[in-house]
Design a binder for this molecule. Structure first.
Ligand SMILES: Nc1ncnc2c1ncn2[C@@H]1O[C@H](COP(=O)(O)OP(=O)(O)OP(=O)(O)O)[C@@H](O)[C@H]1O
Length: 313
C-alpha cells in the first residue's frame, strides 16, 4: 500500500474567461492533514469541489487510492467526506433524524445506522442535542452537525471548506477537537482556510494557493525556513539612531535585517530569543527606548514573502 492517499494532478477550471483553478497539483498522504491556504477568491472552493467530484474540471486528474474520482457514483468517491461552505441541513428534523437521512443516502440502515449516528454525534460533541432541531442551534452547532453528516460513512479523507467561518468560539474549539480526534485515528484531512492561525494549528503540510496556482507545497517548518527572519523586534527610540549605529546593529549576531523609520527600528531576527541580546546591545550604545515589541514570524509573513501582498488583502 502506498503512502499516497490522494493525488491531484494539473487540475484546471475556468468560469467564462476567468481561470479559477490553473494547473493545481498536490498530494495528501495517509494520516496527513493538508491545509489549503489562500485569500478569498484564490480558487480553494473550486479545487475541493473538483476533488470531491461535485464540480466538473476542464482538465487534470484526481486519484484516490489510485482510482479516479470523477462525477457520478463511484467507489473512490465513497472514501471522501465533504463539508461544504454552505450548510445543508433540514431545519425541521431533529439532529438525529438529519443524520439518519444522510446515512440512508450512503446505504446505511437499521441498527448500524443508529450506532453510526450516535458515534458521530459524540465525535462532534452534540450527543446531548440529538433530539433537538437544527433550527434551535447556533451557527457553530449547525456546522458541527454538518461535519457529523460527512463522517457517517467513515471516510478515509475528510475535506472541509472554511469550516469555521461564522462560527462562535465554543464551536470553533469543538470543531478543532473533532478534527484532532480524527487525526489521532489516522484519518486524512484537507482543510481550506484563509485564517493562517487555524491552518498552523492543524496542518502537517501546507499548500498555498493564489490566483488558482500553487505557490508553495511544504511542511510548515520548510515554509518558515524560506523566511529571511524568524522573528521581528520593533523598537521605538527616544531619538533617531545614527546611520553608524544602524549599520553596526545590522552586524550583530542573530540580526538578519534592519529597517529604520525615523526613531523606530524594525529588526529581523534569526530567532525570537535573540531580542533581549539586541535590546541590551542598544542600551549599551546609550539608546533610550520608548517602546518595544517582538513578534514571531507567521504564515502571514510567508504569504507576504511569496507574493508581496498580505493574505487578508
Ligand atoms: N460559479 C461561479 N461562476 C463564476 N465564477 C466563479 C464561480 N465560482 C467561483 N468563481 C470565481 O472563481 C475564482 C475562485 O473562486 P473560489 O470560490 O474557488 O475561491 P476561494 O479561494 O474558495 O475563495 P472563497 O474563500 O471566497 O470561497 C474567484 O475569482 C471566483 O469569483
Amino acid at each position: 500500500m502506498t503512502h499516497v492517499l490522494l493525488s491531484v494532478s494539473k487540475l484546471s477550471k475556468s468560469y467564462g474567461d476567468r481561470r479559477a483553478v490553473d494547473g493545481v497539483s498536490f498530494q495528501v498522504l495517509r494520516g496527513q492533514t493538508v491545509g489549503l491556504l489562500g485569500p478569498n477568491g484564490a480558487g480553494k472552493s473550486t479545487t475541493v469541489g473538483m476533488i470531491c467530484g461535485l464540480l466538473a474540471s476542464d482538465g487534470g486528474t484526481v486519484l484516490l487510492d489510485g482510482e479516479a474520482v470523477g462525477q457520478g457514483q463511484n467507489a473512490a468517491k465513497r472514501k471522501i467526506g465533504f463539508v461544504p461552505q454552505d450548510l445543508a441541513l433540514y431545519e425541521e428534523l431533529s439532529a438525529l433524524e438529519n443524520l439518519k437521512l444522510f446515512g440512508a443516502l450512503y446505504g446505511l440502515k437499521g441498527a448500524p445506522l443508529k450506532e453510526r449516528c450516535l458515534a458521530v454525534l459524540e465525535l462532534v460533541r452534540l450527543a446531548d442535542r440529538a433530539q433537538d432541531k437544527p433550527a434551535t442551534f447556533s451557527g457553530g452547532m449547525k456546522r458541527r452537525l454538518n461535519i457529523a453528516a460527512a463522517l457517517l460513512h467513515d471516510p478515509q479523507l475528510l475535506i472541509l471548506d472554511e469550516p469555521t467561518v461564522g462560527v462562535d468560539p465554543q464551536s470553533r474549539n469543538a470543531i478543532f477537537d473533532t478534527l484532532e480526534a480524527l487525526k489521532a485515528q489516522g484519518r486524512s484531512l484537507i482543510y481550506t482556510s484563509h485564517y493562517m492561525e487555524e491552518v498552523e494549528r492543524l496542518a502537517d503540510h501546507i499548500v498555498i494557493i493564489d490566483h488558482g496556482k500553487v505557490l508553495a507545497d511544504e511542511s510548515p517548518a520548510d515554509l518558515y525556513r524560506r523566511l529571511p527572519a524568524q522573528a521581528a523586534l520593533q523598537v521605538e527610540l527616544a531619538d533617531a539612531p545614527s546611520e553608524a549605529l544602524t549599520a553596526a546593529l545590522a552586524r550583530q549576531p542573530g540580526v538578519t535585517t534592519v529597517q529604520q523609520q525615523g526613531a523606530t527600528l524594525n529588526v529581523g531576527l534569526a530567532a525570537q530569543d535573540q531580542a533581549s541580546a539586541v535590546l541590551r546591545w542598544l542600551e549599551g550604545q546609550g539608546c533610550r527606548f520608548l517602546h518595544f515589541a517582538t513578534a514571531r514570524a507567521n504564515l502571514e509573513d510567508i504569504f507576504l514573502n511569496l507574493t508581496g501582498r498580505s493574505l487578508r488583502d
